[in-house]
Design a protein around this ligand. Structure first.
Ligand code: NAD
Length: 248
């Protein structure tokens, strides 16, 4: 087991990539805390799946990551219960796509507040506890859009590029205290979001992917497990693409 009894908080873990990350961390022995937005009904099913993997005190931690007050209160309460926080995976993210001239201020704000400020909120609270422990792992899920750009996604690309800059700066701040901070940048991954693309468009996109297909949520989750483990002790401030070679 790579992560025996390590306590991991995964944001946005009620479905998609976050769910896969939660399950793969549990398979390696971690105690997993599943964050999601309160109105999401799928989180209970993820908790049931975690309990089938191991009889550990996995739990649900519903709160809106874009709220500083909520992040501070809920993560602090969680650590008081668990006694530690070893791994933070900043996975939760939203899209509100529109061409810039049609983009409403609310669409810009929601994406920046969730994808960028949400990472600030959770990382700041987690860092306080990790600094006391003098160990910790932070893994931020960014996106290929933040590296390549994508029409209709100025808000999303800006938020994800911002998370990459955040990752590097925080890695420099925390490195001397035994805390690593890395980013994973997925390309096209099979999720609810990409399943809604027409099969013609999916075929067209795959022509440009050297490995010839969309990735799976587990492809991302396996890298999270590695970066969270002691095997990645000398890796920090890095962004790793999981994109089938679409962007090099
Ligand atoms: N799906 C892809 O192909 C792809 C590609 C590149 C990057 N990503 C990134 O990977 C991450 C996961 O993507 P996904 O497709 O699995 O997403 P998804 O939409 O399936 O799930 C998002 C999760 O985030 C949670 N969430 C949203 N806003 C929240 C908030 N304010 N507070 C707490 N939780 C919140 C939701 O409850 C849900 O659990 C995101 O950061 C996304 O930007 C996805």
């Amino acid at each position: 087991m790579l992560l025996d009894n390590k306590v991991a908080l995964v944001t946005g873990a009620s479905r998609g990539i976050g769910r896969a990350i939660a399950l793969e961390l549990a398979k390696e022995g971690a105690i997993v805390c599943v964050n999601f937005q309160r109105n999401n009904t799928r989180a209970g099913a993820v908790l049931d799946e975690l309990k089938k993997i191991s009889q550990k005190p996995h739990c649900l931690v519903p709160f809106d990551i874009s709220s500083w007050e909520a992040a501070e209160k809920e993560i602090t309460t969680l650590v008081q219960k668990t006694g530690t926080l070893d791994i933070l995976v900043n996975n939760a993210g939203v899209t509100k796509d529109n061409l810039l001239l049609r983009m409403k201020e609310a669409e810009w704000d929601e994406v920046i507040h969730t994808n960028l400020k949400g990472v600030f909120n959770c990382s700041k609270v987690a860092a306080k506890f990790m600094l006391k422990q003098r160990r910790g792992r932070m893994i931020n899920i960014t996106s290929l859009s933040g590296e390549m750009g994508n029409p209709g996604q100025t808000n999303y690309s800006a938020s994800k590029a911002g998370v990459m800059g955040f990752t590097k700066s925080l890695a420099k701040e925390l490195g001397s205290r035994g805390i690593t901070v890395n980013a994973i940048s997925p390309g096209f991954i099979q999720t609810d979001m990409t399943n809604s693309l027409s099969s013609e468009l999916q075929t067209e996109i795959c022509k440009n992917i050297p490995l010839g297909s969309f990735g799976t949520c587990e492809d991302v989750a396996h890298l999270v497990v590695f970066l969270a483990s002691d095997k990645a002790r000398y890796i920090t401030g890095q962004g790793v693409g999981v994109n089938g070679g679409l962007y090099m």
